[in-house]
Design a protein around this ligand. Structure first.
Ligand SMILES: [Zn+2]
Ligand SMILES: [Zn+2]
Length: 276
């Protein structure tokens, strides 16, 4: 494993199983040099996974204290995974922002495309008349909000729709409509200079055998000179670097020779992937 940083992890402040300290310690033990927690931003509708807004200040206080406790030997960052349906007003309070789409905005309590294959299938049926391409187009259109939010550095789990597709095929990623909507979103994200995350979270949850986005999109990103980073989206300390070797190998096979890493200055810098 060459990757030295993981910026996408959850804790007991949202739907993660372990404390922030436990997650960060696990990263240090896994030989990373730095890590960040990415709090799920509070949502304006009923859900059981995002942080409640009353917990945000406590999270910020705890992370400030953990930064001191870990010190210079292991750099700690206070991040947020901003869902595009959340209020972006407070994004300046965090060291970095991952921008993600989890719900399709088709009604007052929007259905999730990240929860279970059954919920995603029900959403396609109920709101798109069974037309998976139309649901995919809605998802990719939502990603335009990630592209247009200047405080977002990283696009989280691009192509999330394929999370369940290995075990329960709901979308056809080769359909022209799917590809066209994905290209439009990717164009906007790369034009805005966003770093595209290679997410290994579905491997640790048993949904996928490979990271995503898949090779098709990664080759597109490489061809256009776009930037990527690897993160685990871990919800427990056992999975902080799960799939990192596979993600590195996938990136190299798609033409990448580096990943991006956040430095203490706040800027993202390239780190060579080296020989694998
Ligand atoms: Zn997410
Ligand atoms: Zn996440």
């Amino acid at each position: 494993m060459i990757t030295r940083q993981n910026l996408h992890m959850h804790s007991t402040y949202d739907d993660g199983k372990d404390s922030c300290e436990c997650m960060l310690s696990a990263c240090m033990k896994a030989s990373l040099a730095s890590a960040g927690i990415s709090l799920h931003s509070p949502l304006p509708f009923q859900n059981d996974w995002a942080a409640a807004s009353i917990y945000v200040s406590g999270y910020l206080r705890e992370m400030a204290s953990l930064k001191c406790r870990f010190g210079q030997a292991f750099q700690v960052y206070t991040g947020i995974e901003w869902d595009v349906l959340s209020d972006p007003a407070e994004l300046d309070r965090f060291d970095y922002v991952i921008g993600s789409v989890h719900h399709l905005p088709v009604c007052a309590v929007p259905p999730s495309v990240d929860n279970t294959p059954e919920e995603t299938a029900g959403c396609i049926q109920k709101y798109f008349g069974g037309d998976a391409d139309a649901a995919a187009t809605c998802y990719f259109n939502e990603l335009l909000k990630v592209a247009s939010e200047p405080r977002v550095s990283i696009c989280g789990h691009f192509d999330l729709l394929l999370k369940f597709n290995e075990r329960m095929p709901l979308f056809n990623p080769e359909s022209p409509a799917y590809i066209k909507a994905g290209q439009t979103a990717l164009d906007a994200l790369l034009d805005a200079g966003k770093i595209i995350e290679v997410n290994t979270g579905a491997i640790s949850r048993g949904w996928r055998s490979t990271p995503y986005p898949e090779a098709f999109w990664l080759r597109e990103i490489a061809r256009r000179g776009g930037s990527v980073l690897i993160s685990s989206d871990a919800h427990s300390s056992a999975h902080v670097v799960t799939g990192f070797d596979a993600a590195e190998a996938l990136l190299i096979s798609c033409g990448f020779d580096h990943v991006m890493e956040r430095s203490t200055s706040g800027a993202f810098q390239p780190v060579p992937l080296g020989k694998h």
